[in-house]
Design a binder for this molecule. Structure first.
Ligand SMILES: Cc1cc2nc3c(=O)[nH]c(=O)nc-3n(C[C@H](O)[C@H](O)[C@H](O)COP(=O)(O)OP(=O)(O)OC[C@H]3O[C@@H](n4cnc5c(N)ncnc54)[C@H](O)[C@@H]3O)c2cc1C
Length: 428
């Protein structure tokens, strides 16, 4: 199930669920010069990706991948246990429209097995496949620079995170020229030695100026980063091997824990102090520990909260406390560090990013079973509100219609309306 083709009858580009993100980027680009703003790692499978909303390097300019989803084909199981293949579109007259809506952010493993997607942007007209989705960037400009931890004391760290957060606050509205820049501030633990800033701009001839402005804003009041590298390349070359330093796995792979949070505002000075402490303290030996702060918002925030199942439409930063390890015996110390760090960062709201003035919750494409563990989520706000907020009751109704036997379920799957929320302790 890897075919990708133009479907005349649907006036949309069909992508079967077994294709990867990389395969989809390649065919869309080679065949029609277009792009769907999919995720950042080419080996992700489309089947479980788009249904979770799907953000990526281009989301500030183009929105979420799910914002361009016209239809899905899903194998569902009815009350009698019979399977059937259903097509659901976003057409207002489609009796199955609710199933399409659920697949624009409801998350994988909830309603059925997705076998095919059709993509067409909401405002697209005509039947030329090259005009039904956004044009892929003509070229992109990538950048990278780094600070050595040896040059960053606590006050420089505070400046850096304030600078970065303030830049995001100023440059994340849908019509901001800054929306054509994506950056990731990647702050490894001090024992690793480095802090990286990486990113890309699609501002064409203005890209290098935009990158310089971004780096200048970040370094205000602290030393300039070293190792500045700026490179121009085709969109496809980048998308098929983005930021290799970030995604290259050792043979045999790694175990990771990702604790993700969407921020509506930059971190407070208290939170920056917590980050400094957990990234520098020496009573933990966690080489793989890292805090990531990625730009977010832009066009993502131009869509209404209920228009798709992806409710988070006010964030300007996607942040994650991550750690990775190779040997199973290292799991416990890594998990202890990352849970303590995240819990203290969001300590004012019970250890999790409760949706409100400062936070938006978390993305279901980065699921975290800790949210269902009441010793780690002390907010009184259930895990499903962090992922879906006010869209959850409708998702439950859709679940009841399309998966009444709860065939598709996992630790964070949408519960049938009458079921009690599951709050068992979460494994890693
Ligand atoms: C290195 C890496 C980078 C990532 N970067 C991003 C990113 O930039 N943006 C982003 O949005 N996400 C990102 N993700 C998260 C990714 O989108 C999710 O893990 C997604 O669920 C992966 O889908 P999959 O089909 O590959 O995964 P799987 O692990 O196979 O499935 C994940 C979930 O989806 C369900 N599922 C799988 N296939 C189907 C199907 N056909 N129909 C219905 N349910 C299905 C599974 O049951 C499971 O619940 C990243 C993940 C990794 C590992």
């Amino acid at each position: 199930m890897k075919r990708i083709y133009y479907d005349d009858a649907m006036r949309a580009i069909a992508v079967e669920a077994g294709a990867t993100v990389g395969e989809t980027f390649r065919t869309l680009f080679d065949s029609w010069g277009v792009v769907v703003p999919l995720g950042e790692f080419p080996e992700i499978g489309m089947g479980g990706h788009v249904v979770g909303g799907a953000f990526g390097f281009l989301c500030r300019q183009l929105g979420l991948a799910a914002d361009h989803l016209y239809a899905v084909e899903v194998v569902t199981v009815d009350r009698e246990g019979h399977a059937a293949s259903v097509v659901a579109t976003r057409e207002a007259t489609d009796p199955n429209r609710d199933l399409w809506w659920a697949h624009t952010g409801g998350g994988g493993g909830n309603f059925g097995i997705v076998t095919r997607h059709w993509f067409r942007s909401v405002d697209a007209t005509g039947d030329d496949p090259a005009k039904l989705l956004p044009r892929a960037p003509d070229s992109i400009t990538t950048f990278q620079a780094e600070w050595n931890w040896s040059e960053i004391d606590q006050s420089a760290f505070l400046r850096l995170l304030r600078n970065h957060g303030s830049w995001c606050e100023r440059n994340s509205s849908a019509d901001s020229p800054g929306a054509s820049l994506f950056s990731l501030l990647e702050i490894h633990r001090r024992q690793f030695g480095k802090i990286f800033i990486r990113g890309l701009s699609t501002a064409g001839a203005g890209a290098e100026g935009q990158i310089d402005e971004h780096l200048a804003a970040l370094r205000k009041g602290i030393g300039a980063p070293s190792g500045r590298r700026v490179e121009q390349m085709s969109w496809l070359d980048f998308a098929l091997n983005p930021m290799p330093e970030l995604f290259t796995m050792p043979p045999g792979g790694v175990s990771v824990k990702v604790k993700d949070a969407l921020l509506r505002k930059r971190f407070t000075d208290r939170q920056i102090g917590v980050a400094f402490d957990h990234l520098t303290r020496t009573d933990h030996d966690v080489m793989g520990g890292v805090l990531g702060l990625a730009t977010y918002g832009g066009r993502v925030n131009s869509v209404a909260r209920g228009a798709t199942a992806s409710v988070h439409r006010g964030a300007i930063l996607d942040t994650a406390c991550n750690t990775g390890w190779i040997e199973p015996q290292d799991a416990a110390k890594n998990l202890a560090w990352v849970r303590a760090f995240f819990g203290e960062l969001f300590g004012d709201t019970g250890g999790v990013p409760v949706p409100g003035d400062a936070y938006e919750g978390s993305l279901i494409n980065h699921p975290d079973t800790d949210y269902a563990d009441l010793s780690l989520n002390r907010s009184g706000v259930p895990w499903y509100a962090l992922y879906y907020n006010e869209n959850y009751p409708l998702l439950q109704e859709i679940k009841a219609r399309w998966d009444p036997r709860d065939v598709f379920r996992h630790a964070l799957s949408i519960r049938l309306p009458q079921a009690r929320p599951l709050t068992r302790p979460g494994p890693a």
